[in-house]
Design a binder for this molecule. Structure first.
Ligand code: 5RP
Length: 229
């Protein structure tokens, strides 16, 4: 007789890596917490050990609300000097730990909290692992008055930038700004690309995380959680 098990769904893979990330939390810590559906699994897994941590620094209003609803103290980033670990998802991650992030529009605060942390633990299902960044539309948070000027600069690089909408209106981030999603770009040199685009007037944050790359990635696969260093 043969037995077969159904492959794990994407949601189940997210749960696996969310739970696996708890191993990287040290008792007594303030934990850096990212944003998104994978991080929500991590927050849920953090709840049973909430009394062993001091609290969290959060990268979005959405994560803050979820943490607080579970009784986890959320500190303002200005109250905390450094974090031992920041745990967050990604829209794309390559073999070097370079990422595209911002699908949930939280990229600016994500980069700020990541910069406070000694270690960035990326949690992702296997669909996020890529050979080279550039398939997922690149999120860029922009000052609204600069949006078209920035879109023209991406067009000159061969990309097509569109303003992200919510309910038919420009999406407004937690920081009161807008998001451009850029399709058709190849990001051959993530470090240089991030540095370059960050200099453009009106760019708040580009969603390439190369200077704040993942230190380690917990990847949810059909064979279980794989750790990529
Ligand atoms: C939010 C992000 C998220 O980390 C990214 O979009 C992945 O989200 P999910 O875990 O829901 O797939 O960058 O701004």
């Amino acid at each position: 007789m043969t037995t077969s098990t159904a492959p794990l769904s994407q949601d189940e893979l997210k749960t696996l890596v969310g739970q696996a990330a708890v191993r990287y939390v040290t008792p007594g810590d303030i934990v850096g917490v990212g944003t998104g559906s994978t991080v929500n699994k991590f927050i849920d897994a953090l709840a049973p050990i909430k009394d062993q941590i001091k609290g969290a620094v959060s990268s979005s209003v959405a994560s803050t609300e979820r943490l607080k609803a579970l009784g986890i103290t959320v500190f303002d980033a200005n109250e905390v000097e450094s974090l031992s670990v920041y745990i967050d998802g990604a829209d794309e991650i390559d073999g070097k730990g370079y990422m595209v992030k911002g699908g949930g529009a939280a990229l600016t605060r994500e980069k700020i909290v990541a910069a406070m942390a000694e270690r960035f633990v990326c949690i992702a299902d296997a669909s996020k692992l890529v050979d080279a960044l550039g398939t997922f539309p690149l999120p860029v948070e922009v000052i609204p008055m600069a949006a078209q000027q920035i879109a023209r600069r991406f067009a000159a690089l061969g990309g097509t930038a569109t303003l992200r909408l919510k309910d038919g209106q420009p999406l407004v981030t937690d920081n009161g700004q807008h998001i451009l999603d850029v399709r058709g770009l190849r990001v051959a040199d993530p470090l240089a690309f991030e540095s370059d685009v960050n200099q453009w007037p009106g760019v708040v944050t580009v969603g390439v995380f190369a200077h704040q790359k993942a230190s380690i990635c917990l990847l949810g696969t059909a064979e279980g959680v794989k750790t990529i260093n």
